[in-house]
Design a binder for this molecule. Structure first.
Ligand code: URA
Length: 216
C-alpha cells in the first residue's frame, strides 16, 4: 500500500517533468510536481510555483512558503509530515495568474496525486485551488476556515499565505484557521472510520457536485 502510493506519486513526478499539455511546460526552469509524505492525512494545494519554486523544483520555498511553514506550526504539523502541491505544476511567466487552459491541462496530475494519497483533508490555499472544488464561491471571506465534504474527504478553504504577506490583517485569520486544522482532521478521521468497509457507504455513493454541498 505504502509502495503503491510512492510509485503512483513517482509516476506523476515523471509525467509532470515531461508534460507539454500547455505552454507552461516549455517556459519553466524546473517542474514543481509537489512533495511530502505520501501517507499524509492532509494535502495542501496552492496555486502555482513562483520564482524560487521554479529554481528549486519544490513547492512553497519562497516567502509564501516560509509563512506556510510557520502556519503549519499552529496546526502542530511539520512540512515533512504533510503533502504540498499546486493546481499548476509549472511556473506561469512573471507569476501571472494561471490561465484556464493551464488549469485544465494540470487537472489530471492533481487528480492522480489526490487519488494516490487519499488524504482525509484537503486544504485549498487561495481562490484558484478552491475553485477546483467549489467553482461558484465569490470571495474567500465567505468561506475561509470552513469545510465541505468531497469524495470521502473534507475540503477546507483557506486564504493563500501570500495574501497575508500583502495584507497583514490576514495573518491572524490564517493562524486561526490553521489552529482549527487538528480538529478538522480528527473529524474527517472519525467520519472515514465510520464508513462501511465494503465501500457501499457514503464514500462510494454517487457524487454530488461540490457547489451543491452544504458548508459547515
Ligand atoms: N505560491 C503558490 O501558490 N505555490 C507555491 O508553490 C509558491 C507560491
Amino acid at each position: 500500500m505504502a509502495d503503491d502510493r510512492v510509485n503512483a506519486l513517482q509516476r506523476v513526478r515523471e509525467e509532470v517533468g515531461r508534460c507539454r499539455l500547455c505552454k507552461l511546460g516549455t517556459g519553466r526552469a524546473s517542474p514543481v510536481p509537489g512533495e511530502g509524505n505520501p501517507a499524509s492525512a492532509v494535502m495542501f494545494i496552492g496555486e502555482a510555483p513562483g520564482f524560487y519554486e521554479d529554481r528549486q523544483g519544490k513547492p512553497f520555498v519562497g516567502p509564501a512558503g516560509q509563512l506556510l511553514d510557520e502556519l503549519l506550526q499552529f496546526a502542530g504539523l511539520r512540512r515533512e509530515e504533510v503533502f504540498i502541491t499546486n493546481v499548476v505544476k509549472h511556473r506561469p511567466p512573471g507569476n501571472r495568474d494561471p490561465e484556464p487552459d493551464e488549469l485544465e491541462a494540470c487537472e489530471g496530475h492533481l487528480r492522480a496525486q489526490m487519488s494516490a494519497i487519499s488524504p482525509l483533508v484537503i486544504v485549498t490555499l487561495g481562490r484558484f485551488s478552491l475553485a477546483k472544488f467549489m467553482p461558484n464561491v465569490r470571495t474567500m471571506r465567505e468561506v475561509h476556515g470552513r469545510t465541505f465534504p468531497y469524495q470521502g474527504m473534507l475540503v477546507c478553504a483557506m486564504y493563500h499565505p501570500a495574501a497575508a504577506l500583502h495584507q497583514q490583517r490576514l495573518r491572524a485569520t490564517l493562524e486561526q484557521d490553521f489552529r482549527a486544522l487538528p480538529m478538522i482532521i480528527a473529524r474527517a478521521r472519525a467520519s472515514r472510520a465510520n464508513e462501511p468497509a465494503n465501500g457501499s457507504g457514503p464514500a462510494a455513493a454517487p457524487e454530488q457536485s461540490a457547489e451543491q454541498m452544504p458548508l459547515f
